[in-house]
Write a protein that binds this ligand. Sequence first.
Ligand SMILES: Cc1cc2nc3c(=O)[nH]c(=O)nc-3n(C[C@H](O)[C@H](O)[C@H](O)COP(=O)(O)O)c2cc1C
Length: 385
Amino acid sequence: MLSVDFVGLKLRNPVIVASATPSITADAIKRAADNGAGAVVTKSVIFGDANGKPAGNNAKPRFQLYNTPNGYDPRLTEKGGMFSFFRFQEPYPTPEKMARMLDELKGPKGVDIPVIVSICGFTDNYESWRKLARLMEDAGADALELNGHAWNPVVKYSDPTIATVVKNEVKIPVIYKMMGANEDSAKVSRQLVAAGADALTGLGTFGMKAMEVDVESQKPWMEMAHGLGGTWLRAISLAFVAAMANAVDVPISGVSGIQSWEDAVKYILLGATTVQVCAAIYAKGYKVLQEIADGIEDYMKRHDYKSIEDFRGKALANIAASRVNSPPIRAVVTEKCTGCGFCKDCCMFDAIRFADKKSTISEKCDGCGVCWSLCPYKAIEMREF
Ligand SMILES: Cc1cc2nc3c(=O)[nH]c(=O)nc-3n(C[C@H](O)[C@H](O)[C@H](O)COP(=O)(O)O)c2cc1C
């Protein structure tokens, strides 16, 4: 019921481990397979740095989960709250190490799920991409995902030439992972597919510097980390994927902010064939993979869907046209109002009066929707007048 065909690979379910620490060693990948993953994308393979030093760096500690002003509370994540996952450095496998991993993973004590190898060449050095692709195909990769992040790490715009160079080199499927949140996802998707990409992953995250400070000790509790995983990017990524799905016919793998079956279903409803999970594994363990797969299955049973294709892309038709020309509307307080007062200070148009533990909204209302969006009891409706 959950099985999908993704670039010709047969997956038992659409839940893929995204490229990062949870797929950095053969043992890690075996744990992912044991915990229900449909496939894995390995941690990105890179050459050592320009001076021949080992790939990446291994600062300790180097990871920071983040969902409160002063750190992380897993109970908020359990309730579906937004969280971010930052990293300060990370080791990367070399091609030699990845070849040894693939030997083990494809051997008798290996895994029976597809292993997609993520490769990341140097910025503006197509030959490095070509060489990595050749080495990884020869080593037994089932497919390649191109990490558009480009090692040093430099956030670059998606580069279709990388897709062409790799596609011309290998016979296995080539997936391009898009990283530029600020690019026109429809236009660039089309360029990448025209350049040879067999599938696209979106939206990968990008390395913005981040810092938080403890005001008592006056020291950063998180220092110069890179914004990476977590739910903070999900809404942006969902919009990115919807535009991709409307633009191209190749399969799409949705990534960013997936920590529950509902998040996965959202991506599929917007056109994704598979979904990739990263930060949720750090926050909840590998078991989250099976939980997400089971949740998708329950959803399908409830809706009487027999396959992922039965509901893939269904939300695309429900995306409303621009709201700019919507009819005149005003906020109206309904009988559900509990008098909590959350809305009383939010109106920039001075339309809300709060008296006798009730809110009323006057004709000054601009219809902007802040109070409607803010009310915890859904007691404010937007009505035409
Ligand atoms: C610690 C860490 C390391 C990562 N390393 C890579 C990488 O090597 N290659 C890559 O393409 N993406 C890498 N990513 C990005 C993830 O694959 C994924 O796109 C991102 O975390 C968003 O998904 P999430 O919200 O489920 O975490 C890394 C993310 C994290 C948190």
